[in-house]
Design a protein around this ligand. Sequence first.
Ligand SMILES: Nc1ncnc2[nH]cnc12
Ligand SMILES: [Zn+2]
Length: 316
Amino acid sequence: MYDWLNALPKAELHLHLEGSLEPELLFALAERNKVTLPWHDVETLRRAYDFGNLQEFLDLYYAGADVLRTEQDFYDLTWAYLQRCKAQNVIHTEPFFDPQTHTDRGIPFEVALNGIRHALDDGRKQLGISSGLILSFLRHLSEDEAQKTLDQALPFRDAFVAVGLDSSEMGHPPSKFQRVFDRARGEGFLTVAHAGEEGPPEYIWEALDLLKIERIDHGVRAIEDERLMQRIIDEQIPLTVCPLSNTKLCVFDHMSQHNILDMLERGVKVTVNSDDPAYFGGYVTENFYALHEHLGMSQDQAQRLAQNSLDARLVK
Ligand SMILES: Nc1ncnc2[nH]cnc12
Ligand SMILES: [Zn+2]
């Protein structure tokens, strides 16, 4: 089954480039940039990947991103991810890039962006993988800071397909970012947002009604609100679900409790994605395989999930 799932053509629609930083590359970049790490070796770092919630993960994820300094670092990070895509027959990807994680450390916006977009260009030419980059605002920071990030992105408008919203969800509702999303839409960006990962269904309503999103990132808590479920089904609003992430971050206690297949059978346009694969134990195929192992996902269901990912692309 693993090989069959691996060979299935699919798109990845929820992937943080900084979350694809494998410990081996993290250590190699630390050495290249003479960064002193708080972990002794790769194994010690891997053992720290034990999270009780989203915030515990984010603290480590932002610490790890500190080794990314030069354009070449961002190129290498993105290229390594694209190689994984090639190996798993991911034919299209729409990764997130969090500029503020880097600009707040003094790395210029264009240093990070240029490394990423050159790798995505090479991915198109050399690997045949199409892509669309999503600029994601950090929601634990202010809307003014998001506005400044959008200002920095405008000279590179064509490098992006959409803006998104990620980082600590609780206490940072989508309504906090209504004005910057309005401005981004006015500049021609599509919009997506993380909502209903840890946050309540009300945050999903806000993301739909105020941020006018095309897709919901995570959205698994929609199942708690029947009226919301009906809307998502009626309007066929895609959900980018990340099963291994949800179990690693304790959104579900165990994969056998995950609701993705219930949603699929109710007619929700759910997709399978890896979120931060270096931290959560696998790329897209491992996420599909976990659904087979713990929820008995059939080949027919896998095919429908993969087709949903191709249908839900922002870049067609
Ligand atoms: N799962 C996730 N939720 C929110 N922000 C993130 N940034 C990276 N991964 C994330
Ligand atoms: Zn995410």
